[in-house]
Structures are given as structure tokens and as C-alpha cells.
Design a protein around this ligand. Structure first.
Ligand SMILES: Cc1ncc(COP(=O)(O)O)c(C=O)c1O
Length: 396
């Protein structure tokens, strides 16, 4: 049986894709699908983006890997480019989102010990998702992801998301806090968009208490919000920001960025990665950053986002089974009044790739290269499927 030697960590759908172009994927039987998931917010530039493909091909034919024990000019260039688009100062490259967050967590702990805090503790949020390594699944605010993997890692306390008073209260009661780790919009948690002043409020609390503000922009970053990072719309500078997913448009690369006091914490020997920031990853990241910034791709995001949100709001205006349509940039959630995982298969059969998270939330993460016609097709097809689904008697 195909796949019998894979550990069954995923309940995989019965489809495999042969190739892709832009926002469209073709399966091994030749059927085409509109991809409103982008590999879970990875292929922000769409599939087979010409400049990214060219960069990968050229680099693969030149030099894949050396080692971080040598200088890697492409890594230096990629760090320059990331700092130029973000206003940050230093970059550590890894291979995934979880690793980027691990770097941030280690950095916060070193920062805390440097201040004389023996048990440095990081505030993390209910509903958060930060990855599947031991520290990042502990930071994740979802018991399903943690259950069975105890003992969890110590050094985290949890606050409700979008609740500044709760964080202030922790500040009054816990002298071990050294940092806050938070997503600007929660993705896996159900596309939860906080109040406009939430990040600025956290920045103030962090400043008042000498904590690091660490933003997990693994899903929100790389243009998905219409700016390179989400914080750039809030007048806030984090001390640390993590990214991955869209940074390589499908080639595994992640990064932990730091500025100010946080930029001076890691010293030789504190952290490392064999593959992190190798020439292939960095040539790809450079091509991605340039394509996102130069081709007006990010500039289209607000109008595209509004078009999709308006389309669904109009389609569901008199549909009581739709609790809310919400989103920011190209992270869009449609929350139903019932679990709706079954819609993933129905949408796929209808030639549409979507995701359901937090049981009742349809999550849409279209690539930034979606055309207006793609957006209208997404709304028309999905709205019809949702209405049909809601018209059926609810199953227990
Ligand atoms: C906000 C956020 N943080 C971290 C991660 C983990 O990234 P990775 O799967 O690359 O380890 C994800 C992945 O979905 C994410 O959405």
C-alpha cells in the first residue's frame, strides 16, 4: 500500500499534486484546483514562480551547502535583505518555523539570565500555535497538541489573547517574566484578529517591565498582511520577530530576527544549525524577498483581501449558520455555527483547496498572486458549498 512506511502523523487527503502554476495546482490525474491554502501560507508567490525557480536552479547547479563554520556570502546578503525590509538588525537562519521560535525562546532565556532572573519565563497566549518541538508545543495554547508529550517544558505562563489587562496583571505578580511571545493574528487558533492597538499595548507593557516583545510572524509575515511583516502596520517595533513559511516559498528556511538589546545576546556557541542559512535556502529567500518587494505583489493585498471579505459577507448576509466572516490581509476565516471539517473534502472535489481550523473555522490563505477572477471564483464556489452544507441537518 502506498505510504505504508510513513509514520501516520497526518490524516492525509486522497490526492497528490503533479505540478502547479501561480494559484493553480494539477493533480496526478490531470484535474485542476484553485489553491486557497498555498501549502498553509507558504507559497505566497504561487507555485513555480519564475524568479524563484530560476534562483533555485542556478544555485543548485552552483553550490548547495558548505557549513556555518565558513562565511556564506548569500546568507549575509539574505540577512541584509531581511533587515532592510523589517528594520531589524540581526538574523539567525534555521529551517522551519518551530526552529525560528526555538531560537527566540533560547534568546529570551539568555536575556533573562543576563538580568539575573534564575527561572526566566515567557508569556504565551491561549489559542496560540508556535510549532511541534517540545518548547514550541509547550508555548502552543492547545491541549490537543500537548497531550501525551508530558513532561512539558517549564518557563511559560499563559494569558488570554487580545487581553492587555491580563498581561498587566501577570506583570504585577510574576517577577520571572522576561518576554512575551505572540502572533499578530492567530492562524491555527481560528484566524483571530486582535484589537488594532493590541501590539502597541504589549509594546508599552514590555517597555515598562524590561521584557522582550517577540512576534511570531511565521504565518503573518512575508507579505501576507500587505506589508512585509504585520507589525509594520501598527507603529510597533518588536525586539524579536520569527518567520519561516513564505520566506522560501516552499524551500525550507526560517529566521529569527532581533534588534536593540536582543540583537546583542547570542554569541558564538550559543546556537546553531547544520543546514540553517545554507546557500540554496538563502538564494531562494533572496529571490522571494525581491519578488515580494519589487513586483507590487504586496501592494495588491489590501484590495484583494477586501474583495474576498466583501464577497463572503454579501454571500452570507442572510445565512444564520455563518457566525462571522473575519480576517486581515490574506488570512481569512469564516466561522460557522458547527464543526465543518467535511467541507475540506467537498471543496476539493469541487476543485478548491481550503483548510478548516479550530473545528468551525474555514481558513483561507490564498497566495498573493491571486487574480480578481480567482478571488471571485473562490467566493462563488465556496459560498455555494457552505450554503449547501448548512442546509443539511446538523450531525451530532
Ligand atoms: C504562527 C506559527 N508559528 C509556528 C509555526 C510552526 O512552523 P513549522 O511548521 O515550520 O515548524 C506555524 C506553522 O503553522 C505557525 O503558523
Amino acid at each position: 500500500m502506498a505510504g505504508e512506511h510513513l509514520m501516520p502523523t497526518y490524516a492525509r487527503q486522497a490526492v497528490a499534486f503533479a505540478h502547479g502554476e501561480g494559484a493553480w495546482l494539477t493533480d496526478t490525474d490531470g484535474k485542476r484546483y484553485l489553491d486557497a491554502m498555498a501549502g498553509i501560507a507558504v507559497c505566497n508567490l504561487g507555485h513555480a514562480h519564475p524568479a524563484v525557480t530560476r534562483a533555485i536552479q542556478q544555485q543548485a547547479a552552483t553550490l548547495l551547502h558548505t557549513s556555518n563554520v565558513y562565511r556564506i556570502p548569500l546568507q549575509e546578503e539574505a540577512a541584509d535583505a531581511l533587515c532592510a525590509v523589517s528594520g531589524m538588525e540581526k538574523v539567525f537562519f534555521g529551517n522551519s518555523g518551530a526552529e525560528a521560535n526555538e531560537a527566540a525562546i533560547k534568546l529570551a532565556r539568555l536575556y533573562g539570565h543576563g538580568k539575573g532572573v534564575d527561572l526566566p519565563t515567557i508569556i504565551v497566549m491561549e489559542g496560540a500555535f508556535h510549532g511541534r518541538t517540545m518548547a514550541t508545543l509547550t508555548a502552543t495554547g492547545n491541549r490537543k497538541i500537548q497531550a501525551g508529550f508530558e513532561p512539558l517544558v517549564s518557563g511559560f505562563v499563559r494569558a488570554p489573547y487580545n487581553d492587555l489587562d491580563a498581561v498587566r496583571q501577570i506583570a504585577r505578580n510574576n517577577r520571572d517574566i522576561v518576554a512575551v511571545l505572540v502572533e499578530p493574528v492567530q492562524g491555527e487558533g481560528g484566524v483571530i484578529v486582535p484589537a488594532d492597538d493590541y501590539l502597541a499595548g504589549l509594546r508599552t507593557i514590555c517597555d515598562d517591565n524590561g521584557w522582550l516583545l517577540m512576534l511570531d510572524e511565521i504565518q503573518t509575515g512575508n507579505g501576507r498582511m500587505g506589508t512585509y511583516f504585520a507589525y509594520q502596520q501598527c507603529g510597533v517595533m518588536p525586539d524579536v520577530v520569527t518567520t519561516a513559511k513564505g520566506l522560501g516559498n516552499g524551500v525550507p528556511v526560517g529566521a529569527c530576527l532581533a534588534q536593540g538589546v536582543a540583537a546583542g545576546i547570542f554569541a558564538p556557541g550559543n546556537h546553531g544549525s547544520t543546514f540553517g542559512g545554507n546557500p540554496l535556502a538563502c538564494a531562494t529567500a533572496l529571490a522571494v524577498i525581491r519578488a515580494l518587494c519589487n513586483d507590487g505583489v504586496m501592494a495588491r493585498v489590501p484590495a484583494l483581501s477586501q474583495r474576498i471579505l466583501d464577497g463572503f459577507r454579501a454571500a452570507f448576509a442572510d445565512e444564520p449558520g455563518v457566525a462571522v466572516v473575519r480576517g486581515k490581509g490574506l488570512m481569512i476565516g469564516i466561522e460557522l455555527d458547527r464543526p465543518c471539517g467535511a467541507l475540506v473534502t467537498r471543496a476539493r472535489e469541487a476543485g478548491l483547496l481550503i483548510n478548516v481550523t479550530a473545528e468551525k473555522v474555514i481558513r483561507l490563505l490564498p497566495p498573493l498572486v491571486f487574480t480578481d477572477a480567482d478571488a471571485d471564483l473562490l467566493v462563488a464556489k465556496l459560498a455555494a458549498l457552505v450554503r449547501e452544507f448548512l442546509a443539511e441537518p446538523a450531525t451530532a
